[in-house]
Design a protein around this ligand. Structure first.
Ligand code: IMP
Length: 434
């Protein structure tokens, strides 16, 4: 009983790493279910900081960690991350399990992505350039190579050579001058296979057996709902199902095995890469959010676009995911403002709308309707008790909660585990204890 999904309620980078790390002690296994090393979960534990891209952050507190079938894996990136963790004294072997059905990223995926992003006349998505999209393309086209294939030497050679032939056709058709040394890549991947072999298994079986024996699972979303391939701001999205519905598919457990969904949202909004962002603040206040919030991508170092809290967006992601509770992060970044704009509605061509536009053109034309809330102008950094929050900060949170229609069960006031406020009377604590 009591398996939960924790995921981003905006465009990613909401601070899920810390939240998962905070919740993980109550669970037995932490599972990633989609994406790849485009994600960057930052976890601070005392004076140590870890940026995890593929390995579920539960590994840091001694839990079992599973990389599910829904992921795309760059073996070089994964091995590098394992090495980094082991050097830091974290035990990975025997605790990390990789799905034999997860797909494998190759260097030519990255190359094709770079070329496709730069082609004149194409919409540049502003991807993380990790080869994520092209790898998922091969998966859906049914020519992808999975971990199980990589480990099966003869089969791998055959599948790999067929895939290489396809990519060579693409390279020639698009007149890509850069040669691809397919044989060298194959040899390299055969070596990676041996290093990863002890960790690869049927993780769906492992998880279902764990459920039967009463162990508790925590599913860790990557990116955020607005980057979901179906429900996000298409085509400015990632290539996987980042919403809660992606968890059962990407982990191989029945939907009925998930008992609660927790959304994580910043007290404002950020986005990396291209695409519509109705509440983006392009003035000095946006700059202030970036500076105080240190809003630079954990994976790519790109400056994040910053803006104001968007209620219609949260109402939408609450609808898609069915949030039972919300965690609000980085409240302290708003400490300095006299007034805080909050978007309470959208207008399109002057008319109020009550649904999320489906096209990026319409989404880009949305005019946010703001209400100004008074700032509190005192430090909330590191507070641990709800009663210690300034009255106006509490009013800000009450306003969000009431308009979104989902309780705010927890507030993060800094990067450390203990810089956290549990909302008195909130049901989140019960959900975690169940
Ligand atoms: P991709 O996932 O590399 O294909 O990039 C697609 C879009 O998702 C781009 O706008 C990226 O900036 C964004 N994206 C991918 N991963 C993350 C993440 O972990 N946080 C925030 N944005 C992300």
């Amino acid at each position: 009983m009591g398996n939960i999904v924790v995921l981003g309620a905006q465009w990613g980078d909401e601070g899920k790493g810390k939240v998962v790390d905070l919740f993980a002690e109550r669970f037995d296994i932490v599972i990633r279910y989609q994406g790849g090393h485009n994600a960057g979960h930052t976890v601070r534990i005392q004076d140590r900081q870890f940026i995890l891209k593929l390995v579920p952050s539960g590994i840091l507190c001694g839990k079992l960690a599973v990389i599910g079938n829904g992921l795309v894996i760059d073996p070089a990136a994964l091995l590098e991350e394992i090495e980094m963790l082991e050097k830091a004294g974290i035990q990975v072997r025997g605790r990390l399990f990789i799905s034999n059905r997860a797909h494998v990223i190759f260097p030519f995926h990255r190359m094709l992505e770079r070329i496709s992003e730069a082609r004149p006349g194409r919409l540049a998505i502003g991807t993380t350039s990790r080869g994520i999209g092209p790898c998922y393309e091969d998966k859906v086209a049914r020519r992808g190579i999975r971990m199980a294939d990589l480990l099966d030497r003869d089969n791998f050679r055959q599948l790999y050579d067929a895939l290489a032939e396809d990519k060579e056709v693409v390279r020639t058709a698009f007149r890509i001058g850069e040669p691809i040394d397919f044989a060298a890549i194959r040899a390299q991947y055969e070596e990676y296979a041996e290093r990863l072999r002890p960790m690869v298994c049927d993780t769906a079986k492992l998880l279902n057996e764990a459920i039967r024996s009463g162990r508790r699972l925590l599913f860790e979303g990557a990116q955020g709902t607005m980057l979901d391939i179906d429900h996000g701001t298409y085509p400015f999205v990632t290539s996987s199902s980042a919403c809660a519905g992606g968890a059962p598919i990407g982990a191989g457990v029945p939907p009925t095995a998930i008992h609660a969904v927790v959304g994580v949202s910043k007290a404002y909004v950020t986005r990396v890469g291209g695409g519509p962002f109705p509440t983006e603040a392009l003035d000095e206040r946006g700059e202030a959010l970036r500076r105080v919030g240190v809003e630079f991508g954990a994976v790519t170092g790109r400056p994040r676009r910053c803006g104001w809290f968007d209620i219609p967006l949260l109402r939408y992601t609450a609808m898609i995911n069915g949030f039972d509770s919300l965690v609000i992060t980085k409240l302290d970044v708003l400490d300095q403002f006299d007034e805080i704009p909050v978007c309470v509605g959208y207008k399109l061509h002057g008319q109020p709308i009550d649904e999320m536009p489906a096209t990026h053109r319409a989404m880009s034309a949305v005019e946010p309707v703001y209400e100004m809330l008074p700032g509190w102008r005192s430090s909330t950094f590191g507070l641990t008790r709800y009663e210690d929050l300034p009255t106006r900060a509490r009013q800000y949170l009450d306003f969000l909660e009431e308009r979104i229609g989902v309780e705010i069960g927890c507030i993060s006031t800094g990067p450390e585990r203990d810089q956290t406020i549990w909302r008195p009377g909130g049901k989140l604590r019960d959900l975690l204890e169940r």
